[in-house]
Design a binder for this molecule. Structure first.
Ligand code: ATP
Ligand code: MG
Length: 365
């Protein structure tokens, strides 16, 4: 989807932001601490229900106030979220209250590209699993319901493990069966999606990092040769000692393998950044192939990528019909790219929490 309008109230130092006639690209420039990243953070709040900087609403809700609001409109839809300092939230879709944020998330596929962070490669499996599950959520309609059933069954099994030492296998049996049943479905869904993703990923790598060979390798989180049920049975004594379920799709990983070893030990910092961009661009490409448009948040574009890499990234985002919100300290070089590629954009200056339109290349006079 593409936003035509965006309103933000009381997110960090942003008091009242109103952006209209949004174009495929929105450039936000301004001094350090002026509020550029906060605009991206607000869009992220609307699309995911969470900030990418903190889990605590108090931190992003403006000091001395008790709530923050983000509202956006596309040609077809109106979406809004209000976050309260108490942790509660009110979510609206076309004027009606909706119970879960997931309904907005489905409407707004959102990718946040932060060229400063290499967490996806350097940290544990969790950020990679989340990346994979973002794709799952958008391309496999049965993923989310099965994932909920799996999580519920797993939670029950873990509650039993926590509550009692040396728990007999028979007590766990009903939960083993459910965890295994849903877990095997999740695994086959993920396996199938990674196979398709691999094709898009290889194309992205060709464009961004042609000098290295990298394969995506999905790991189920348990031994496939004996199956999940047998894993749970075989490990029940160990699980009982550790008091949680060690094996299953909740421990899945996505290995990034080069011919010389895992990407985290082989690649340079710059190469890691390009690899992360390739991972995300290839997911966006896969959605695009199914007629879904992604909103992309691009923080500090010019700080970390060289001119060539900026040009390639912008070119590709444009080909994939993304709506891009990007922050930069150097708007001139971003404008050069957009001008060369004939992309419509709006340029906003951010100054001390105020967001002011400076240029609209698609102005109807
Ligand atoms: N809860 C809050 N209420 C009000 N202001 C806040 C709150 N939390 C942070 N701030 C301030 O809001 C601003 C947020 O800045 P933000 O990170 O959006 O800046 P930026 O323009 O992206 O800067 P940079 O170029 O350094 O990345 C900072 O000046 C910060 O001190
Ligand atoms: Mg910033």
């Amino acid at each position: 989807m593409h936003f035509t309008r965006l309103n933000i109230e009381r997110v960090r130092n942003l008091e009242t932001v109103a952006m209209q006639n949004l174009q495929p690209f929105t450039i936000l420039y301004g001094n350090n601490g002026s509020g550029k990243t906060s605009v991206l953070e607000a869009i992220h709040l609307l699309a995911t229900g969470r900030s990418f900087r903190t889990h605590i609403p108090k931190h992003y809700i403006q000091y001395k106030t008790d709530n923050a609001i983000v509202f956006a409109q596309s040609l077809e839809e109106k979406l809004g979220i209000q976050k309260l300092i108490s942790g509660e939230q009110i979510i609206k879709l076309n004027g009606d209250n909706v119970a879960t944020q997931g309904q907005l998330a489905k409407k707004i596929p959102l990718q946040h590209i932060d060229p400063l962070s290499t967490d996806i490669i350097d940290h544990g499996a969790k950020p990679r699993r989340q990346l994979l599950d973002w794709l799952m959520f958008h391309v496999e309609p049965n993923f989310y319901p099965i994932w909920q059933l799996y999580s519920r069954a797993l939670k029950q099994r873990n509650i039993l493990l926590k509550g009692q030492k040396n728990i007999p296998l028979a007590v766990l049996e009903p939960w083993n069966n459910l965890v295994a049943e849903y877990g095997e479905i999740l695994n086959s869904q993920r396996y199938a999606v990674v196979e398709q993703w691999q094709v898009f990923f290889q194309q992205a790598i060709q464009q961004l990092l042609p000098e290295v060979e990298i394969q995506l390798e999905y790991q189920a989180g348990y031994s496939l040769s004996i199956g999940l049920l047998q894993n749970l049975i075989n490990h029940h004594v160990k699980d009982s000692e550790k008091r949680y379920t060690e094996y299953g799709p909740h421990r899945a990983d996505l290995k990034l393998k080069t011919a010389q070893g895992d990407a985290d030990i082989v690649l340079s910092r710059g190469q890691k950044k390009l690899l992360i961009i390739a991972l995300k661009l290839s997911q966006i490409a896969m959605l695009h192939a199914s007629n879904m448009e992604t909103v992309v948040l691009l923080d500090d574009l010019t700080a970390e990528l060289d001119y060539q890499a900026q040009r390639r990234l912008i070119t590709r985002l444009n080909e994939l019909s993304c709506q891009v919100f990007l922050t930069t300290l150097d708007h001139k070089s971003v404008e050069k790219h957009l001008y060369a590629l004939s992309i419509s954009y709006q340029l906003f200056n951010v100054n001390n929490g105020c967001v002011q339109l400076m240029k609209n290349t698609n102005q109807v006079e």
